[in-house]
Structure formats: structure tokens, C-alpha cells
Design a protein. Structure first.
Length: 323
């Protein structure tokens, strides 16, 4: 996926000493800065100016409406850039900007799907790079959690993972990057987790929404982008269902569906869709999408369960009751 929202070294820092961290909202640099907290995961070089999200695997676009004829898009999950095509490589959501108006102000118009890139021009000071219509508040300063204030939950940041946030308020986690198998000029990620409000579905129950979303999750994560016909893994050959069961997340009864997907190129993958009522807004369903490469270099599959157990209602403590 393309560079997810998160804290990265400020590319405009010129003074002596370590650069402060600056919030990248998935499409542009914001004015939010803080003292450096930790180094980039997996020994990666410090990100420069991340480009607009790429494509492979991903989450639905920010409008929360249905993907015509192909299932729902979910209200902006991680790297949300206004008006895009979500992609979640290795489980991480990516959104691709279809417009050309702002490309002169950003990095390569076809940015990496996941790794940060160095900008040809610095992000403008005093604005968020053209996304004023979708405010992106900075995340919690606690590096151990990624907060989804919209849905009233937080995700645990496990070792090797990095926290992020969508400009729609969802939380995100991502891991290391690598050249996409079917498009080496674009970078994919080994694993990703993103949250959003579950809107645009025909189903109304947690079980129904999870079962409705899993196919779209698989296609967005490792299949072919229906809008751009781009495919980071050459498309899907098939899938097998690993889990379909009731779960308790943040004290709420929900439902989980997990698939193993077979790709035409590169690593196969695991995708998971989990749906449960918001702890703070019981009438609002939360969707948590996960996607991991089936590779020794990817996070262990057990991280899916660890992250799910660690999801909490904002202000609450303790793990979920069961997974």
C-alpha cells in the first residue's frame, strides 16, 4: 500500500539535531509536529514526502458508499485521500487519487503503494495539502495505540508495527514495505489493519456485514482494482475460508470472517473482516479489516488475534473477552 498516515521525520527540518516527527495524513503533510518517539520499523529509511496512496489490497474509499456492482466501499479507512480507490496491500489500506489537479504539489503522481518516497517539492506550510474539506486530527501521542475517535476504539501497536489514521477518523496499523510483485515500481506492505464505520452494506447485522465485506476485502487487498485495472499481485486465483465465527471485541458481540487467498504472483495472503457495534455508539457498526502476506517476512498470523484481543473502547482497559 502507499504510505499510511502516521508520524514521520519532518522532511523540512534543517536545524542541527534529530528532526521532529510530523503528521502525514495519507495525502499531505499537516502542521502537527512532536518530538521524535521512535525509529521507523524494520530499519527502513526515514520517510520523506509520501506520495498519494497506491493501489493493491485496500480499503474502501472515503465515501462509504457501495462499489458499483462489486460490493461496498467503506468510509475511509486508512490512508484516505479525498476521492480515491482504496487498496490494502498485505492487509494495509491504500487509496489512489484519481484526480490530477494536485499532482504538481505532490510526489511522483503514481506513488509507491506503501513505502514513503522523497518529495520533489515540500508540502505547503499552513495547510493540509488540499484536504481542508476532510479534517484530519492528529492521533494520540501515545505510541502504543492507534485511536479511532469516530468509532470510540483504539488498536494496540505491536512491536514492528506503526500506527496511522485515516482522514475519516479511522485508525490504522502497517508494517514493512517491499516492491509489489506485479509492479516493482510500486511498494506493497507486509501487513495492515484498518478501522472504519461500516456503512453502505445491504446487511445490518455484524455477521451479515462481515460476510458481505470479506470478498471485497480480498479483492481490494490482493486482487485487481476494478476502477483502474491495476493489480499488485497479478490478481486472485481462489480462496479458502479459515474462520467464520462470533467474537467479542471491546466488550461488544461481533463477527469475524478470515480467508486465505491465492494470488497469481508473489506471496499469497490472509484477509480478515471483523464487525461489531461501537462501544460508544451501539447503533453504529465498526469494521476492522486486516490483511497479511503469507510469508516468513510478514507478521505472524497470530498477530491478527493479538491485535483483535487488544482492541479497546476509548478510555477502557483490558483485552477483548474472546477471539
Amino acid at each position: 500500500m502507499t504510505t499510511p498516515p502516521g508520524w514521520y521525520p519532518d522532511p523540512e527540518h534543517r536545524a542541527a539535531g534529530p528532526a521532529p516527527e510530523r503528521w502525514w495524513d495519507g495525502t499531505a503533510w499537516t502542521d502537527h509536529r512532536r518530538e521524535p518517539h521512535y525509529a521507523p520499523p524494520f530499519g527502513q529509511a526515514a520517510p520523506g514526502y509520501p506520495g498519494t496512496p497506491g493501489y493493491p489490497p485496500g480499503y474502501p474509499a472515503p465515501d462509504g458508499g457501495g462499489r458499483r456492482g462489486r460490493g461496498p466501499k467503506i468510509a475511509a479507512v486508512v490512508v484516505a485521500a479525498a476521492v480515491l480507490v482504496a487498496a490494502i496491500v498485505g492487509g494495509v489500506l491504500l487509496l489512489q487519487d484519481d484526480g490530477d489537479d494536485d499532482k504538481d504539489d505532490r510526489a511522483d503522481p503514481r506513488p509507491s503503494a506503501s513505502a514513503p518516497t522523497t518529495p520533489t517539492t515540500p508540502a505547503p506550510e499552513g495547510d493540509d495539502g488540499g484536504t481542508d474539506d476532510i479534517p484530519t486530527p492528529p492521533p494520540s501521542d501515545d505510541p502504543g495505540v492507534a485511536v479511532d475517535a469516530l468509532n470510540g476504539i483504539s488498536l494496540p501497536v505491536l512491536p514492528g508495527w506503526q500506527a496511522g489514521r485515516s482522514n475519516a477518523g479511522g485508525a490504522g496499523l502497517s508494517t514493512s514495505t517491499y516492491p509489489c510483485p506485479n509492479d516493482p515500481d510500486t511498494n506493497c506492505v507486509r501487513g495492515g489493519v484498518f478501522t472504519s464505520t461500516a456503512t453502505g452494506f445491504k446487511a445490518k447485522t455484524a455477521e451479515g456485514i462481515a460476510k458481505e465485506d470479506i470478498e471485497r476485502n480480498a479483492e481490494d487487498s490482493y486482487g485487481t482494482d476494478p476502477d483502474g485495472e491495476r493489480s499488485a499481485y497479478g490478481g486472485l486465483k481462489g480462496h479458502s475460508r479459515l474462520k467464520s465465527e462470533a467474537v467479542t471485541v471491546a466488550g461488544q458481540r461481533g463477527y469475524l470472517v478470515r480467508w486465505k487467498v491465492d494470488t497469481k504472483m508473489g506471496a499469497d495472503g490472509y484477509v480478515q473482516s471483523v464487525v461489531f457495534p461501537s462501544p460508544t455508539l451501539p447503533d453504529q457498526m465498526v469494521l476492522v479489516r486486516m490483511g497479511f502476506d503469507a510469508s516468513d517476512e510478514a507478521p505472524p498470523l497470530s498477530d491478527m488475534d493479538r491485535i483483535l484481543r487488544g482492541i479497546k473502547g476509548v478510555g477502557e482497559e483490558g483485552d477483548s473477552e474472546s477471539v
